[in-house]
Design a protein around this ligand. Structure first.
Ligand code: SF4
Length: 165
């Protein structure tokens, strides 16, 4: 069975920085959950960060790939550098995905970990730019296709077209 790594907050787990979930109510997601396809992870909580926690952003309008290449850092709005924890969380998520043989990931967009089409610019001003978070970037570097919650239908088409789905 083709499995999908999924952000815990999209499944209703209250693990976001603000102590809330980002529940995606979608028939496909419910079906995949019932089929046992979903491998649930929150990279930030897995790395030991508390909930709630201060918001964090990738600095200097850079992206997750830059963080992995040590060209950018991630700071909380308190100024604390949490780069190491975010990279550790990405590695834990990748290990889970590989252990479960996930070909796909469905991740919460906008997050400095899970964002896959956009992230925030590092100024805590609400401004966004095209880019991916650290976990999404690491998964892609290892051949896992990453989709955002606005792309569930696209993931469903991909899954239906894949052999052995
Ligand atoms: S790290 Fe990912 S799974 Fe965890 S709260 Fe943030 S977006 Fe959701």
């Amino acid at each position: 069975m083709l499995k999908i790594l999924v952000s815990a907050c999209l499944l209703g787990h209250p693990v976001r920085y603000n102590g809330r979930a980002k529940t995606a109510r979608d028939a496909w997601l419910a079906q995949w959950r019932d089929e046992g396809r979903l491998v649930v992870v929150c990279p930030e909580v897995a790395a030991g960060l508390p909930t709630p926690r201060p918001p964090a952003e990738i600095q200097w309008r850079r992206s997750g790939a830059d963080v992995l290449a040590a060209r950018a850092t991630i700071h909380e709005n308190t100024g604390a550098d949490v780069t190491a924890q975010f990279v550790a969380g990405a590695r834990i998520a990748l290990a889970r995905a590989q252990a479960e043989n996930c070909r796909y990931a469905l991740l919460a967009d906008g997050s400095p970990s899970c964002g896959s089409t956009f992230i925030y610019d590092g100024e805590f001003s609400g401004a966004t730019h095209a880019g991916a978070g650290v976990t999404a970037a690491l998964l892609r570097q290892h051949g896992i296709q990453v989709f955002a919650e606005a792309q569930i239908a696209e993931l469903a088409r991909e899954l239906a077209g894949a052999s052995g789905a």
